[in-house]
Design a protein around this ligand. Structure first.
Ligand code: ASP
Length: 581
């Protein structure tokens, strides 16, 4: 293969017996045994055992004594079959070993901050010494899985006629709902680029530019708090197509998902993925990203409880409940009430129907026979109620449903439930300001034929926006875009962006939309999240080579770092906080 080795460590099998080979890799372990020295040599393909016999190879044996864990070695010798009692059936190379007569220490290692086979190494330490962590099986597996999937996606996009176009990272702020990272500009002190939260507007301009089908594995930057599935910078499979309708876009994404599963040799989810309207999803599951691997659907009791003797029900615009398949204890109910409160409930009304059919509930005495009979409850179950405005009821029961699904293990871990959520409202009310804002982003087109709405109360405006969900995780969003400048201006106006502000921020888009834009739409898949789920990992840091920790720092390089005032002055900025007081 190269001057350093002629095969990989994990490749040796019994048919190699008698061959003279050169192998190279890291010393995984060294053991001395009755004069013989054994070294397990490791590379990304696996391990092979080297044996050095001081009687046959005194120089190699002397070198072998110096070897410590993670030294890099190059060994030459003959492949021999192990004695039957020494065969290791757990190792693919376990039937053979290399009887080394020439051994070279290629490079040495200082004592290690953690052993590679140590199980519970704290994550900051793993990230601080990521190069060591990467030698371990988990990161090797995850980074290679990521490569396999990205390669499959690129092949699919290429076959579908998509063109990979690079778009700038340094740009104007794009409204994707997060804060921008700013880049000062030495040549124009006091001015800043924003790092692209997504290539949204550039990909739309590619459509106006006649590219027809654009895609990119794009890095996006969003200044948000870091969480299990959030980093400051992350990757999207970002794409856009011209002269299409919603269905055409969904099919491209489904092809990429199926190709990813197939590339990993896994059974692919069946196409087409179910398509569910937003309103129906909210009513049945209380969230726009439900885990459909289990039922536990929300039941409606608004009609049934009109005029109820229980005032909370009678006075609420919306009364709904879940039927959990367990008769919960008081302590369990107290915990569930806490969960309900976290989602915005003031309390949690419940009815427990125990195995014998007996009802336990502080509210039962206020309810009529008819109400009690109307609830859909079997023995051995608990009804959990929410009574309030519809959005709050949905949020609370959606939160409880997700919680119960996890706590009671309701989801079949073997199943993969992919589905689309469609027909989102075009606008939603911002809870803090009370103003109407976009649901997806301001470039999403309304459904055809409904391009006008009450601009002061656009509650009925419906967008051509779609989300892809996998087992309760939102994988990404997209939409058919506005290609009519008047509609674009109407959306801005509805959101309180006046003509002047619209022109100032998005003048280039409005101009482009006035110069022959084709109808177009697209999608962006959160690639790291998709990869983490495929890898069975709990967070995206495990599929990212060099991620940051939750404080927003990189333990490996020590970034971010302060800069001297002189450097800042050159950029026309001054720090008002001393980062190292
Ligand atoms: N730019 C959008 C996002 O980052 C995706 C899209 O609409 O294509 O979520």
């Amino acid at each position: 293969m190269t001057r350093w080795r002629d095969l990989y460590c994990g490749e040796l099998r019994i048919d190699a017996v008698g061959r003279r080979v050169t192998v190279a890799g890291w010393a995984d372990t060294r053991r001395d045994h009755g004069g013989l020295v054994f070294v397990d040599l490791r590379d990304h393909t696996g391990k092979v055992q080297l044996v050095v016999n001081p009687e046959h190879a005194p120089d190699a044996a002397a070198t072998a004594h110096e070897v410590r864990n993670e030294f890099v070695l190059r060994g030459e010798g003959e492949v021999v079959a192990r004695a039957p009692e020494a065969v290791n059936p757990n190792l693919p190379t376990g039937a053979v070993e290399v009887q080394v007569d020439r051994l070279e220490i290629v490079s040495r290692s200082t004592p290690l901050p953690f052993q590679l086979d140590e199980e519970h190494v704290e994550e900051p330490l793993r990230l601080r010494y990521r190069w060591l962590d990467m030698r371990r099986e988990r990161m090797q597996r995850n980074l290679r899985l990521s490569h396999t999937v990205v390669a499959a996606i690129r092949r699919t996009m290429d076959a579908l006629g998509f063109v990979d176009v690079w778009t700038p990272s340094m740009t104007r702020g794009t409204p994707e709902g997060a804060r921008d990272f700013l880049v000062p500009v030495r040549l124009q002190p006091g001015r800043f680029f924003a790092l692209a939260q997504s290539p949204q507007l550039f990909k739309q301009l590619c459509m106006v530019g006649g590219i027809d089908r654009y895609y990119q594995i794009a890095t996006c930057w969003r200044d948000e708090d870091l969480r299990a599935d959030r980093q400051f910078e992350f990757r999207q499979l970002d794409f856009e197509l011209a002269f299409v309708e919603r269905e055409d876009v969904l099919q491209v994404m489904e092809a990429c998902v199926v190709a990813s599963f197939e590339a990993l040799g896994r059974p692919a989810p069946t196409r087409p993925f179910p398509r569910l309207p937003y309103r129906e999803v909210i009513a049945r599951y209380g969230t726009d990203k439900p885990d459909l691997r289990f039922g536990l659907e929300i039941q409606d009791a608004t009609e049934l409880t009109r005029g109820s003797g229980f005032g909370v029900f009678a006075g609420a615009p919306c009364v709904r409940y879940l039927v959990a398949p367990r008769a919960f204890s008081r302590a369990e109910l107290a915990r569930l009430e806490e969960v309900a409160k976290e989602w915005g409930a003031r309390g949690l009304a419940y009815i427990v129907v125990d195995e014998g059919g007996e009802v336990r509930s502080p509210i039962a005495k206020f309810l009529s026979e008819e109400e009690l009979a109307g609830f859909d409850a079997d023995p051995g179950s608990t009804l959990l109620f929410a009574a309030s405005d519809e959005p709050i009821v949905s949020r609370v029961l959606g939160g409880l449903r997700t919680h119960l699904g996890r706590e009671l293990g309701l989801a079949d871990a073997e199943r993969n439930a992919f589905h689309w959520v469609l027909d989102f409202p075009l606008f939603e009310r911002d809870e803090d300001s009370g103003r109407w804002t976009f649901m997806h982003h301001p470039f999403t087109a309304p459904v055809p034929g409904r391009e006008e709405w009450d601009e002061s109360n656009p509650i009925d405006a419906q967008g051509q926006h779609y989300d892809l969900i996998w087992n309760g995780w939102e994988l990404g969003s997209g939409s058919i875009r506005i290609h009519d400048v008047e509609v674009q201006e109407r959306v801005f106006r509805t959101m309180g962006i006046g003509e002047e502000e619209g022109r100032a921020k998005f003048g280039f888009l409005l101009e482009a939309l006035a110069m022959g834009p084709p109808p177009h739409g697209g999608f962006a898949l959160g690639l790291d999240r998709f990869l983490a789920l495929l890898a069975g990992e709990p967070d995206i840091r495990q599929v990212i080579a060099f991620p940051k920790v939750s404080s927003g720092s990189d333990p490996l390089t020590g970034a971010p770092t302060p800069y001297p005032q002189s450097s800042l002055a050159e950029l026309g900025i001054a720090a008002i906080v001393d980062p190292e007081p």
